[in-house]
Design a protein around this ligand. Structure first.
Ligand SMILES: CC(C)(COP(=O)(O)OP(=O)(O)OC[C@H]1O[C@@H](n2cnc3c(N)ncnc32)[C@H](O)[C@@H]1OP(=O)(O)O)[C@@H](O)C(=O)NCCC(=O)NCCS
Length: 181
């Protein structure tokens, strides 16, 4: 397997090439930037690189940028212990185990930065994403029916969480469910 290099920086032209090269299918699973076109890509990149509350990861093989991911802090004081998470891998590099490897690295960074929980959402039918998140220990915290519409079609969303200390999570969740029923 090729060896990846993870950097916190990247040339704008490489970032642009990665984003413009994403297929329709990938953009339907990674809707974070919504529609990426030649006309809006520069604006997307400037705004993304300006974002202060984010740890960015640019993943290279040799000198080619193959993926982008991030951990983002919440602005609210009550949520400073939680970060969110995003990842997109260029199409030709998907399905080769890099997603798992990159996510492992991001999780290590999150715990080093003293976050206590990583929260993310994925479309319910994004099989490879849900599979790697479960393999990494993320638990399903909620299922949101018809949460989003992609090209007019409703799509369900799965909310998942990973806890630095997960010892009491299952019990706590069950207790809450019991009180609600
Ligand atoms: C989702 C994504 C990050 C996964 O990374 P990846 O490098 O492609 O995935 P990996 O190769 O590390 O692992 C994929 C796993 O899913 C499994 N998988 C892939 N397609 C699957 C399917 N249709 N059904 C079941 N499992 C599937 C693979 O077998 C593999 O599991 P294994 O290691 O047990 O064999 C990457 O594909 C991507 O960037 N996709 C587009 C953007 C996106 O969806 N981002 C995430 C938004 S939440």
């Amino acid at each position: 397997m090729n060896k990846i290099r993870i950097s916190t920086n990247c040339e704008k032209k490489d970032f642009q090439k990665l984003l413009l090269g994403l297929s329709k299918k990938t953009l339907e699973d990674f809707t974070y930037f919504e529609n990426i076109t030649k006309n809006n890509v520069k604006k997307i990149i400037v705004s993304e690189l300006k974002e202060q509350k984010k740890l960015r990861f640019f993943i290279f093989i040799d000198n080619e940028l193959i993926a982008y991911s991030f951990l983002a802090k919440f602005p609210r004081k009550t949520k400073t212990h939680v970060c969110t998470y995003g990842i997109v891998i260029g199409d030709k590099w998907q399905g080769k185990g890099f997603g798992y490897e990159i996510c492992k690295h991001m999780i290590n960074v999150a715990w080093k930065k003293k976050f206590e929980k990583i929260w993310l959402t994925a479309y319910y039918d994004n099989k490879s994403a849900v599979k790697i998140y479960q393999k990494l220990g993320f638990e399903i915290e909620g299922i949101f029916i018809n949460e989003e519409k992609i090209c007019g079609k409703p799509r369900h969303v799965v909310s998942m969480g990973l806890f630095r200390n997960n010892k009491t999570i299952k019990k706590t969740r069950q207790k809450i469910l019991d009180t609600l029923n």
